[in-house]
Design a protein around this ligand. Structure first.
Ligand code: 1CP
Length: 355
């Protein structure tokens, strides 16, 4: 294994440098959903605490966020939270049901429902800022990635009432009630900005906007009815902490092959790519002004070691034409993944790319 890189501060880490397209000591690695059910120490710590309660307990958030960093030697921590948390903190009745996901008690189905949504008051986020400050102190030179759900993906949960495959109700609302739709996404963009700003102000070194389900939209609908609201989130972040370079922005969705140029245009420094589009092709679609993140198929980690190694090498090789590369999966770690495989993949990427 190559020695750990000597970066003095998170702002000078390989993750931040790769996001900006600067030279790195080796390709940085982290895994979406690196904290969570694949780790026995996570299951032990979470036992008896509901997901959304855990997300609002600064000490639990700190410990759960640190677990995968210690175990896998990844190049970034991602805040342990959930995309529905800003809604929950604002007062929307949502529960995360184990094995299901977020379930909304009163789904948003009418214009009046949109207007009745509570605003997220920044004062309610002190628990989050405490967690971020504790993490930044513990992490030293390892960057912390803050995140939020993008307006579209949050709207799918609010309108469908829970997880869904086709998002048909969401699209029906988008087409039938264009003004209420725009108002809903505008309000969600404000709460995402508030949630991200709290994390950046408390010391997060990068942010990721998860628009996990945007891939169900055509490019035309995405461009007209969704992108302006995601752009508003990035624009709302402004220049970040005084006297420092603005924190890099990662923008990710699943099944977004046709949307990749737009996902970049929304205001990202890094475009997250799922496993469907090889990174050399993704680099062509995104252009030379942005870095890429991804894109090993999470299911590959369930295969034999030879397959894992071959696929990791392929991803690293196909990333060579990108402006910068952050190695990741194409979506979250599957719960059945053997954590030792994740540790192995992080070490292998470091070894293959050490300068
Ligand atoms: O380690 C990390 O990556 C941080 C943890 C994290 C993140 C980034 C969690 C914890 N949630 C999220 C974001 C999130 N939540 C996304 C975007 C990322 C992605 O696309 O995977 C989405 C879509 C959600 C919504 C959600 N929350 C789902 C998906 C449901 C669906 O529509 O299919 C689920 C299962 C949850 C619950 C959840 N969030 C996080 C965990 C560890 C869990 C499982 C908890 C439990 O079951 O008790």
């Amino acid at each position: 294994m190559s020695p750990a890189p000597v970066s003095a501060s998170p702002a000078d880490s390989d993750l931040v440098r790769a996001a900006r397209g600067l030279p790195v000591s080796r390709t940085p690695v982290w895994f979406m959903r690196q904290a969570g059910r694949s780790l026995p120490e996570y299951r032990a710590l979470r036992a008896g605490t509901a997901m959304l309660a855990a997300c609002q307990d600064p000490d639990l958030v700190t410990e759960i966020t640190l677990q995968p960093v210690r175990r896998h030697q990844v190049d970034a921590a991602i805040l342990f939270s959930d995309i529905v948390l800003p809604l929950v903190v604002a007062g929307v009745d949502i529960e995360i049901k184990p094995g299901v996901g977020p379930v909304v008690a009163n789904p948003v189905r009418t214009v009046a429902d949109v207007d009745a949504l509570p605003d997220l008051e920044p004062e309610r986020l002190s628990f989050l800022q405490t967690a971020v400050r504790q993490l930044v102190a513990e992490l030293g030179a390892t960057p912390l990635i803050g995140f939020a759900g993008a307006p579209f993906t949050l709207a799918t949960y609010l309108i469908e009432g829970g997880p869904s495959k086709e998002h048909a109700r969401t699209k029906a609302f988008m087409y039938a009630e264009p003004e209420a739709w725009a108002r809903l996404l505008q309000r969600l963009s404000v709460s995402a900005t508030t949630f991200l700003t709290a994390q950046v102000d408390a010391g997060a070194s990068a942010v990721q906007l998860f628009d996990s389900w945007a891939g169900v939209l055509s490019a035309a609908d995405y461009a007209e009815r969704v992108l302006p609201h995601s752009r508003a989130v990035f624009d709302g972040l402004g220049e970040g902490r005084a006297g420092e370079d603005r924190v890099p922005r990662i923008h990710f969705g699943v099944g977004t092959g046709e949307l990749l140029p737009l996902i970049g245009d929304a205001g990202a420094d890094v475009v997250g790519v799922d496993w469907r589009v090889p990174l050399d092709e993704a680099a062509r679609r995104v252009g030379p002004a942005r870095s890429l993140q991804g894109n090993l198929d999470p299911a590959v980690l369930l295969a034999d070691r030879e397959t894992v190694d071959r696929e990791v090498r392929r991803v690293v090789q196909q990333a060579s034409t990108a402006r910068g590369h952050i190695f990741n999966l194409g979506h979250g770690v599957l719960p059945d993944t053997d954590p030792d495989v994740l540790t192995h993949v992080a070490a292998l990427v470091h070894e293959l790319t050490a300068q």
